[in-house]
Design a protein around this ligand. Structure first.
Ligand code: LUZ
Ligand code: MOS
Length: 763
């Protein structure tokens, strides 16, 4: 095997094109937009109870407050009071009932946000309380589901369990996770002539906003223009849940014919928005003597919250990733989307995949502990191989599960790391170390096949500069930089000649949200297609101009070459000539992912363009007096394909890793039995900081051919590395076990210091 010790040279790779304005504080977010004179400001009045009937609401005092313009409720909606994307089960404003604490009831519009907030305190509401459900177990007992269960099956588990030498069963819990985008949800809406409305907002899904505003306001979609410059973070939290705020502001603009701003403050955002879905799951795993997993069953209870949102799609991805990087011949997995009185939970980096992977990793850890081997032995013998079948029918090809695993073990000398941990544990008692390996396999494409499309609109202006519009939303992940690279590379022009325009529904329409790690692939391929079409056109013009065959023409570094020899014709001159010949310098391209399909009636198909692989080795040290822990090192071999933007991709790996570790170890969302969010501030909700991650992080690219379905063979990188964080959970478990031989492995994430301390001294 090749040695993969190729360090990323960030200096060599392109800088994120937003870096300059970011560090100078000049990047524009929704709250930075220059507002028009007379702009009004608004706050949302939300439910102070998790479940009940609204008996009465008194707005009169609030309405009389000086500076309050108007209060909008469901009664002001001329279209449909409905924002549900998959199922129509979510009103914009509650009518007669409330289903979660923080559910929007009204929008208060005033001369200033301060006045709107004062007015909110003057509203009184009387609610007849109904029983509150916060857990999946309760919802299941009461048959409270969002939709019908889904099951993915392969082989025959019942029969296979009969052949197993070992069978283990257990329960797991993984908690939700707050997105904590730096930029909270918000929108700024402006009236245009003839009742048209322009919306500037922080959404991953501009079309979803446009469509929903049109539906709620009872207008045609062409009356609504949505514009997105960039997001201060999304992480899935703005795939669907950026929509309601834009709709509310647009509703006010529609009625008042004035500009309206709505920016949630952090408390309001934390309380009113949904998060990663908590899961309560059970598993049964069967192995042979030689540690092959012969059968695996799991039932996933997803805490969907009070409305559907994206829950069914997220539940589906849990099933897609239920066996992570392993080939299991007999699989039976079921997911139930449980309706509870929490805010509707939503997309979050990984989209249900991490929740599924945590369960099989728990099952493996449990089996290893009971059998008396290390988990890595079980992991290793079950790794996915070429042509293995996933439970959903897709055949695994270009598999890098084994490659990344063995590369990680050899590049980082796993055996000696393991020995170091052992030696350390033998020599100290107040501190213990733990080590774990975490392989990942993540499918790339929206699992809902019709969503896998994108468009690009490319203008070459007559001075030779280029403007590009796509459906891609920049949310810090660097997608605009990648789009720029594609165009600059195809035309062979300087990066400074290319501008990436805002994401706007009048320039690129009917778009899928920027999500599923697929944005650079889908939009990049569209840019590639448009630029290639323009290039062909330009080569035609050049060949005529130079009296030669088009095949002899090449453009390199803004110079036209003929037979590989430099000519006097420059890029800019060629553009001028093309313009004078009245040939179009604009192209619009549409890209759809080929091959993919999925049949939900059979639960079989080929849903993913390709998979991303990798393996992490995580080492932790637990302070056995305090229950605190730190991570000594995280060493990763990651499958980037042929990375086109190494610095950006490394940033994605590091950021996702931090977020995964946060989810697994410290971020503890807490709701009271009454459905009130208790972890409602950063004083009670701890997210990773610089010290929480690891003293050293090494990320080594796996040298592979890349994949043709990936943009320039540079594989999707947004979500997959989050799941390396799952290894942190198991490293901690192993350290606890080294201290307390009586410890019974628990699979209840996050593994907070409090839980670690209890576990260290458990009898
Ligand atoms: N969003 C979505 C996603 O709508 N469909 C998906 O398959 C998906 N996967 C990951 C993240 N967001
Ligand atoms: Mo998503 S979790 O918005 O890619």
């Amino acid at each position: 095997m090749k040695k993969n010790k190729v360090d990323i040279d960030i200096k060599q790779s392109i800088k994120n094109i937003d870096a300059y304005t970011h560090v100078r504080g000049e990047s524009i977010y929704v709250d930075d937009v220059n507002v028009r004179e007379g702009t009004l400001f608004s706050v949302v009045f939300d439910s102070p109870k998790a479940h009940g009937k609204i008996k009465s609401i008194d707005y009169s005092k609030a309405e009389k407050l000086q500076g309050v313009e108007r209060i909008f409720t469901y009664k002001d909606i001329l279209g449909e009071n409905q924002i549900g994307g998959i199922l129509p089960d979510e009103p914009l404003f509650a009518e007669n009932e409330v289903h979660f604490w923080g559910q929007p009831i009204a929008l208060i519009v005033a001369e200033s946000e301060f006045i709107a907030r004062q007015a909110r305190r003057l509203i009184t509401i009387e609610i007849e309380e109904l029983a509150v459900i916060t857990t999946c177990k309760e919802a299941k007992e009461k048959d409270n589901f969002i939709n019908a269960p889904r099951s993915f099956n392969l082989g025959n588990t019942e029969k296979a369990f009969g052949d197993c030498d070992y069978i283990f069963e257990g329960e797991t819990f993984s908690n939700g996770q707050e997105h904590l985008y730096l930029e909270t949800q918000g929108a700024y809406t402006e009236p245009l002539e003839n009742g048209n409305i322009k919306i500037t907002t922080s959404t991953q899904g501009p079309t979803q906003v446009q469509k929903t505003v049109a539906k709620v306001l009872g207008l045609a979609m062409h009356k609504i223009e949505v514009d997105v410059t960039r997001l201060g973070g999304g992480f899935g939290g703005k795939e669907d849940q950026a929509t309601p705020w834009a709709v509310m502001a647009a509703l006010a603009t529609f009625h008042l014919n004035q500009s309206v701003k709505l920016i949630l403050n952090r408390h309001d955002d934390l309380r009113m928005t949904g998060k990663r879905h908590p899961y309560e799951s059970t598993y049964k795993i069967g192995l042979s003597k030689d540690l092959k997993i012969l059968a695996y069953e799991a039932e996933f209870l997803q805490n969907s919250g009070a409305a559907c949102d994206l829950s069914p799609a997220i539940a589906e991805r849990t099933l897609f990733h239920a066996t992570n990087s392993y080939f299991v011949k007999n699989v039976k997995t079921t997911v139930l989307s449980c309706k509870t009185n929490l805010p509707p939970n939503t997309a979050f980096r990984g989209f249900g995949g991490p929740q599924g992977m945590f369960v099989i990793e728990s099952a493996i850890a449990k089996a290893a502990n009971e059998i008396g081997v290390s988990a890595s032995e079980i992991q290793e013998v079950n790794l996915l191989k070429e042509n293995d079948e996933f439970s959903y029918g897709q055949t695994a090809t270009q598999v890098e599960a084994g490659n990344s695993w063995y590369s990680a073990k050899s590049s980082f000398n796993f055996d000696s790391l393991k020995q170091d941990v052992k030696d350390f544990n033998n020599s100290t008692s107040a501190f213990k170390k733990g080590i774990a390996l975490m392989p990942i396999t993540f499918g790339i494409s929206f699992t809902n096949t019709p969503m896998n499309h994108a468009r690009a609109l490319v203008h070459i202006y007559q001075d030779g500069s280029v403007g590009i519009s796509t459906a891609a939303v920049e949310m810090g992940q660097g997608v605009n930089t990648k789009m720029l690279q594609v165009a600059a590379q195809v035309f062979s022009i300087d990066n400074s000649k290319v501008k990436i325009e805002t994401t706007n529904t009048t320039r690129v329409a009917n778009t899928s949200p920027s999500a599923a790690s697929s944005t650079a692939d889908l939009n990049g391929k569209a840019v590639l297609k448009a630029c290639n079409a323009l290039l062909e056109r330009l080569k035609d013009v050049a060949s005529k101009e130079l009296n030669t065959n088009k095949k002899q023409i090449k453009i390199k570094d803004e110079i036209v070459y003929m037979n590989n020899e430099q000519t006097n014709l420059t890029w800019t001159e060629l553009i001028t000539i093309t313009m004078l010949k009245r040939i179009a310098l604009t192209e619009n391209a549409h890209y759809v992912t080929p091959i993919i399909q999925f049949d939900k009636t059979k639960e079989k198909g080929h849903p993913f363009a390709y998979h991303v692989y990798g393996t992490a080795i995580i080492t932790t040290t637990v302070d056995c007096t305090r229950g605190t822990y730190s991570f000594d090192s995280i060493k990763i071999v990651h499958d980037y394909g042929k990375s086109m933007s190494k610095g950006i991709d490394l940033g994605q790996v590091e950021g996702a890793l931090a977020q995964g570790i946060g989810w697994m170890t410290m971020e503890e969302i807490a709701y009271g039995k009454d459905g009130k969010l208790l972890s409602n501030a950063l004083s009670t909700y701890k997210v990773p900081d610089l010290f929480s991650i690891a003293k050293t992080i090494d990320v080594v690219p796996l040298e592979t051919e890349g994949n043709d379905m990936a943009i320039l063979k540079s594989k999707a990188v947004g979500e997959p590395p989050l799941m390396y964080g799952i290894g942190a959970y198991f490293a901690i478990q192993n350290a606890i076990k080294a201290f307390n031989p009586n410890y019974n492995f628990k699979f209840h994430a996050p593994m907070t210091p409090e839980k670690v301390l209890m576990s260290l001294y458990e009898k």
